[in-house]
Write a protein that binds this ligand. Structure first.
Ligand code: MLT
Ligand code: ZN
Length: 472
């Protein structure tokens, strides 16, 4: 064993150090099973001091670090490279909620805290942490911050960037940035916090975050509607917002083909609507005001939308259990798709107003350019962000997709770029979007990012291979 690794094992103890192949294996392949890496060992520090020890030791030896939380990255951003030079730095043992403050409307959670535990802690303090996504049972705070995660309530509450008030971070030379104070305003020049949010672990290791809380909703109204046609979604969204005074928190698109896929994998589930509708939306509004007649308002707005020909049918969940059943359908989309096999996955955004046109134009273009391709577009329509995934023809054993995936990715990303949009709205760049990001980066963008990287991580030990392509 290398003396460096022995030092780590001695400092972190048996719970904090592993190098047996079977212990590492579950953490070396990304969630979608596309990328498998190798690591010297997995270290799992349990405190800020231990993280600092690991980073300092790695910096001294020039050993790369691959930070990882719940291993739910959609872009293989938390999988070490295949060269086996890196240490896998698991943050999962840093799982304390350090404080919940009702006065500051803030919660301090360590990097390894699971999102659903943040939700529970906020609720125990009579508050609400309003970021939620399908992987809430395993995604961790450090990963959510590092990828500037989005999810299903961005429409009203924003992404992690809007919800992160402060960070504690170990920088690449082992220095600690203590920035957890929940200041709502701080205008002292460059904002290191905002550089670290979305940096995908390439500038430092986030060890804890101060998260913004909001008043706890006392009521949620969850509805499911079949759209008369896709562009009508925009009028419907703005109608619901106007009627509720901006209380719409989710506006999620599901195509009928996606719903069919989910229903095939969840035999006990039922479609919320009686008939079939090519495009459907899950809408949720919430209120923290007791006595707010939100349900009646949503019901009336849906009736008006029906009358105006925006929707063909709609139903409002009559109980918390029914609302949960609606959400289960939405949140199972990705898992159902994964079980069906590989696809060319995209995470694109254009303006909210352009998204229906993007879907309606790009779908037939992809189908014509790649005969047999099956488009599955779903997601956060209210944010102008849709997962425009392209599935191979039925029965493909991987050969068709392998042959076409790069060209499909380029096709979709070119289309979104032509509309002034982005090829990564909420999943980040990681490895799987890295070359496309570099291909379509704005002039000077990569150089500018590289100079920040060079300033904060001159030895290049922080999550190498992710986000920025290696320099030639
Ligand atoms: C979702 O919206 O369900 C997630 O971002 C996961 C996915 O894109 O598959
Ligand atoms: Zn998503």
């Amino acid at each position: 064993m290398l003396p460096f690794l022995r030092r780590l094992r001695e400092r972190l103890g048996p719970q904090g150090y592993a190098d047996a192949a079977d212990e590492l294996a579950p953490w070396l392949t990304d969630w979608r099973g596309r990328v498998t890496g190798k690591a010297l060992a997995m270290v799992s520090p349990a405190s800020l001091e231990e993280v600092r020890f690991v980073v300092q030791a790695a910096a001294q030896e020039g050993v790369p670090l691959a930070p990882q939380g719940g291993n739910t990255s959609m872009v293989a951003g938390a999988t070490p490279d295949a060269d086996g030079r890196a240490l896998l730095l698991s943050m999962r043992r840093m799982r304390k909620i350090r404080s919940v403050s009702g006065e500051d409307n803030a919660l301090v959670a360590e990097a390894g805290v699971i999102l659903s535990d943040v939700h529970d802690a906020a609720e125990a303090g009579d508050r609400f942490f309003p970021l939620s996504l399908a992987a809430k049972g395993s995604a961790t705070v450090g990963g959510l911050v590092s990828t500037n995660a989005g999810g299903v309530q961005v429409l009203r509450y924003g992404t992690m960037r809007a919800l992160t008030l402060g960070l504690e971070t170990v920088l690449a030379d082992g220095t600690v940035h203590h920035g957890l104070k929940p200041l709502r305003k701080d205008n002292r020049g460059y904002d290191l916090k905002h550089l670290l949010i979305g940096a995908e672990g390439t500038l430092g290791v986030v060890t804890a975050a101060t998260l913004a809380l909001v008043p706890r909703p006392v009521e949620r109204v969850t509805a499911w509607a079949g759209l008369a046609r896709l562009p009508a979604a925009l009028a419907l969204l703005r109608r619901m917002e106007a009627a509720t005074g901006g209380q719409v928190s989710s506006f999620e698109l599901l195509p009928q083909c996606g719903l069919d896929l989910v229903l095939a994998h969840l035999p006990a589930a039922r479609s919320p609507l009686g008939g079939r509708h090519e495009w459907q939306v899950l809408i949720e509004a919430d209120t923290a005001r007791p006595g707010d007649p939100l349900a009646a308002i949503v019901q009336q707005a849906l009736a008006d939308a029906l009358e105006a020909g925006e929707i063909a049918d709609a139903v409002i969940a009559q109980s918390a259990a029914q609302a949960e059943a609606f959400w289960l359908l939405r949140e199972s989309m990705s898992e159902a798709e994964r079980r069906e096999g590989p696809a060319a996955k995209h995470d694109v955004a254009v303006t909210v107003g352009d998204m229906p046109a993007f879907i309606l134009q790009t779908t037939p273009e992809v189908e014509a350019a790649f005969p047999g391709a099956r488009v599955l577009a779903f997601g956060h329509l209210g944010d102008g962000n849709v997962h425009f995934n392209v599935r191979p023809p039925l029965g493909d054993g991987g050969e068709w997709l392998g042959r076409h995936i790069d060209a499909i990715n380029r096709f979709v990303h070119d289309a979104v770029t032509a509309m002034g949009g982005t090829l990564s709205a909420e999943h980040g760049i990681g490895v799987t979007k890295r070359d496309e990001f570099a291909r379509l980066a704005a002039p000077g963008q990569l150089e500018w990012m590289r100079s920040i990287k060079q300033a904060l991580d001159p030895k290049g030990i922080m999550n190498p291979g992710k986000l920025l392509p290696p320099c030639e």
